[in-house]
Every structure is written in C-alpha cells, then in structure tokens.
Design a protein around this ligand. Structure first.
Ligand code: MG
Length: 162
C-alpha cells in the first residue's frame, strides 16, 4: 500500500543568520529566519512525510512557541518525523524536493543534501531527489526576500517480517 503527501514552506532571508538548507550549512551573507534553524527544505519534506501519513503538520508536532525547539537543528525534527512514520507501519519509498531561490546557487550543494537527508531518513541517497530553481526574479523569492521549498513523499507499507 502506498501513501503520498506534499509539503510547502517559506522562510525569510535575513542578515546575521547562518544558511541551513537540506541539512547542509551553506556559506552565504544571509540566512533563513525562524524559530528553529529555519531549514525550509527539511520543513517542506517533513510536511510531505507527515501529510502522506495523515499526521497533521510540522507546526502541530513542533510548535514555534515551544522553547524546546528554539534554534533546533531541523535534522532532529526530520528524524522524529521518520520515527512517527515508522510507528504507523510505513517506510519511505522516495521523496522529491524543489528549492526556489534566486541566490545562492543551490546546485553545487545538492549531492551533500541528498546524503544528509538520506542519513536522517535511514535510506539510500537515490531515494532523495532535490531540485533547484529560481522564479526568474519574480515575487518574493525572485527579489531574494526569502527561500521557498516544495516536497512530495511516497510512503510504502512495511512488509511484515515472518
Ligand atoms: Mg518552516
């Protein structure tokens, strides 16, 4: 049995913050603002995974009013989401992410992101697709005001062990 989910997230780009994307720290003059490390790609992925299992959304599980999650590494949240998925009897089939950013260039970092996310999800990097695009200088991502990310995830029912 298969279950599909989608996720979307946006964070504002500001000065004085490190830029974390897909579990990778990218050297850049600005970073994403948020209660956690604001890793917009992981947040979209978490929502896709939770959505596939009909387990609400990332804000439901990790409220931004909770001091426990202040500055938290989003990889910790992704591992927690995978534990919830596992409890429901599902495992990851594959996931596909699109990161929308005018700058910096995302492409050189994609292999590292695939490895990082696969490690969090206990899967092979070939199950994790990451794509980068711009919005041709249009809208808030085009003006460099923020970065957005979309994700879809497919879950498979774990086969019962004999
Ligand atoms: Mg977010």
């Amino acid at each position: 049995m298969f279950r599909i989910g989608m996720g979307f997230d946006v964070h504002r780009l500001v000065e004085g913050r490190p830029l974390w994307l897909g579990g990778v720290k990218i050297e850049w003059q600005r970073g994403l603002l948020g209660h956690s490390d604001a890793d917009v790609a992981i947040h979209a992925l978490c929502d896709a995974l939770l959505g596939a299992a009909a387990l609400r959304d990332i804000g439901y599980h990790f409220p931004d009013t909770d001091p426990r999650y202040k500055g938290i590494d989003s990889r910790v949240l992704l591992r927690h989401v995978m534990a919830l998925i596992d409890e429901q009897g599902y495992c990851l089939g594959n996931c596909d992410l699109t990161i929308c950013a005018e700058q910096p260039k995302i492409n050189p970092h994609i292999p590292a992101m695939q490895r990082e996310l696969a490690a969090c999800m206990n899967c092979d990097p070939s199950q994790v697709s990451i794509k980068a695009t711009t919005t041709e200088k249009l809208g808030y991502t085009g003006r460099g005001e923020g970065i957005s990310a979309y994700a879809v995830a497919l879950l498979e029912r774990k086969t019962s062990r004999p």
